[in-house]
Design a protein around this ligand. Sequence first.
Ligand code: SAM
Ligand code: SF4
Ligand code: F3S
Length: 459
Amino acid sequence: MNETSRQLEYINKAKMILGDKGLKYFIKTFGCQMNEKQSETLAGVLEEIGYTEAENEKEADFVLYNTCTVRESAELKVYGRLGHLKSMKKNKPNLIIALCGCMTQREITIEEIKKNQKHVDIVFGNFNIHKLPELIIARMESDEQIIDIWKEHGEIVEDLPSHRKYDFKSCVNIMYGCNNFCTYCIVPYVRGRERSRKPEDIVKEIESLVSEGVVEVMLLGQNVNSYGRGLEEETTFAELLRMINEVEGLERIRFMTSHPKDISEELIYAIRDCDKVCNQLHLPVQAGNNKVLKEMNRNYTREKYLETIKKAKEEIKDLYISTDMIIGFPGETEEEFEDTIKLVEEVEYNGAFTFIFSVRTGTKAANMENQISDEVKSDRFNRLKEVLDKVVYKKAKEMVGKETRVLVEQASKSDDATVHGRTDSNYLVHFKGDKSLIGKVVSVKIKEAKPYYLIGEKI
Ligand code: SAM
Ligand code: SF4
Ligand code: F3S
């Protein structure tokens, strides 16, 4: 019996025990799209067992936190919420509390849970999320905290039920893990080594999603440019994009994240040539200074990065470029920080995520000398933000007057007659329209640019 069938048996067992009790679940997801995607599977499993989705935590009988550990702030949020759950459980002793995701892969978290978070019932990790049904049964049969963490991947378990958040778009994992060990980053320690899924499995999943109404996919990997290494038949990411571009009925392909050290001309040409691949490139630079980049172990220089950007802009029409940046890496001097500011002005990003360096125990950067004070970090963060806001707004204003395609995602919360969605290039656009447009790709003319979104008119 394979692992999926084994877990389906546990689902049936749990279904029989819990019956029609009208139990509800609540999942809170922290962190990146990988976690969002995992949570859809976890929700699918809970629904198969018989739970229905609760509107909020208070009415739930099963609360699951899918956690993130990339920065300390993400962890503090989880501990804060666990504190609230503790008092909730006093009035609702049958409440089941479960924890999974990247925090649980760390020894330090498990120690804390065993010692101070005894109200948490089930803890599992990134490499055994498929075991949720089995662990629920184990919890039913015992009064002990159930903690089951694997150190590495076992077989990749697929085909478990999933409850997708959107009918019309979906994330698709093309690879798991990371081999890069950037010195500040905890991800390789909690997501394991890099492993690519077979192209045929990915295409099959996308075909099945399209048959269910999905028109946009977001391909996920920590470094999609190294996709295919180690597969029996090596396939490059550019080749994979070309294969997916052939899937009939699919309208848009996005992907993240592209690591600058591995980006190839072949990939830039694939983005240019494939009509379904969006004119969008998320290329995290992290810092604009070569000494800092070296200490971060990023394996590219500022010059190489700028060359890639130049090539990509030349080849891909109306390219939307975004990035991630870290401020206050250990030893970063004022001049080195200013190199990051200059790079922002040179690239003219369309969007950016900026982060203050957060010490992650176990990483190389955590033990580096010359940690930067919180005061300096937050001053640099604000200055960078100011420059970025200007650049991003300037680029957004260049969109005014253009005709674009928008995939409508939602009706506005405050106004039923307004909807919003994303352009091919990834701009958020609000325009007059009704709910029937949700999930459809429509032509929109951009009328005005606001700092964080565009206003358009349907044509
Ligand atoms: N694999 C992606 C890449 O290399 O571009 C990044 C994935 S990581 C989940 C997302 C972002 O978090 C990184 O690009 C980096 O900017 C930020 N990050 C990672 N570790 C951090 C740390 N210790 N402190 C602050 N930001 C961090
Ligand atoms: Fe972290 Fe670097 Fe891997 Fe991205 S490539 S997940 S930043 S170690
Ligand atoms: Fe994602 Fe956070 Fe894990 S960013 S990979 S959920 S540490």
